[in-house]
Design a protein around this ligand. Structure first.
Ligand code: PRP
Length: 211
């Protein structure tokens, strides 16, 4: 059951299948990275359903017809490191997108995010901004990211996650009712180290083999 209207569960059979690979502790880094990329394609397709389009004409081999073409700029913002695992898939579908970066590392003791790198384009007001981060746990990293994006002028933001935990979702949907959130799974809780349960472990470590 979803508590907030700005939260969308992307849980069709294909997404669930990719999530199964990601959750499985036996999945090795190359397959984990591939499944994350493929899940990103599905998530981006969902999150861009409301993008503005314009009508253009094309000639098929049989006739001329009108079709919708995407209009308006997109900015992809992976949250380092784990968000980089979603970037290649997102760029495959949106090759013209601008890319900004948010470098955040959760303090292992306090679980509070520490900012170590920000490189975002100015004037984000005209963009559809897609935040990429496989994990939404306490919501601290995402909340800091959203505040920073709004400082840079962003007004239209969607966040894409593989797994989100209820406590974090409650926090960010409440703090940012103007933002839309997409997740392939809504997990019930966090453990004493603020890890998502059942979750998929540490996405950054599994993507980059630093376990
Ligand atoms: C993870 C994850 C999120 C954040 C989620 O990153 O990728 O960015 O933690 O936790 P939160 O909702 O409680 O803030 P981590 O800090 O482990 O860094 P990494 O991606 O470099 O591994």
């Amino acid at each position: 059951m979803l508590e907030a209207s700005n939260l969308h569960l992307v849980d069709g059979p294909l997404a669930r299948n990719k999530l199964k690979v990601l959750r499985d502790e036996g999945t090795r880094t190359p397959e984990f990275r591939q499944a994350m990329k493929e899940l990103s394609l599905i998530m981006v397709a969902e999150a861009t359903r409301t993008m503005p389009t314009k009508a253009v004409h094309v000639r098929t081999p049989l006739a001329e017809t009108e079709i919708e073409e995407i209009s308006g700029p997109v900015c992809l913002v992976p949250v380092l490191r784990a968000g980089l695992g979603m970037l290649e898939g997102a760029l495959a579908l949106l090759p013209e997108a601008t890319v900004g970066f948010m470098g955040l590392q959760r303090d292992e003791e306090t679980a509070e995010p520490i900012e170590y790198y920000v490189n975002l384009p100015r004037g984000l007001g005209d963009y559809l901004v897609l935040v990429l981060d496989p994990m939404l746990a306490t919501g601290g990293s995402l909340s800091a990211t959203l505040s920073k994006l709004k400082e840079y002028g962003a007004r239209w933001i969607s966040c894409l996650h593989a797994v989100a935990a209820k406590p974090g979702v409650e926090r960010v949907t409440g703090e940012h009712p103007d933002v839309t959130f997409y997740t392939a799974a809504l997990d019930p809780e966090l453990d004493e180290n603020a890890f998502i349960v059942p979750g998929l472990g540490d996405a950054g470590d599994r993507l980059y083999g630093t376990l």
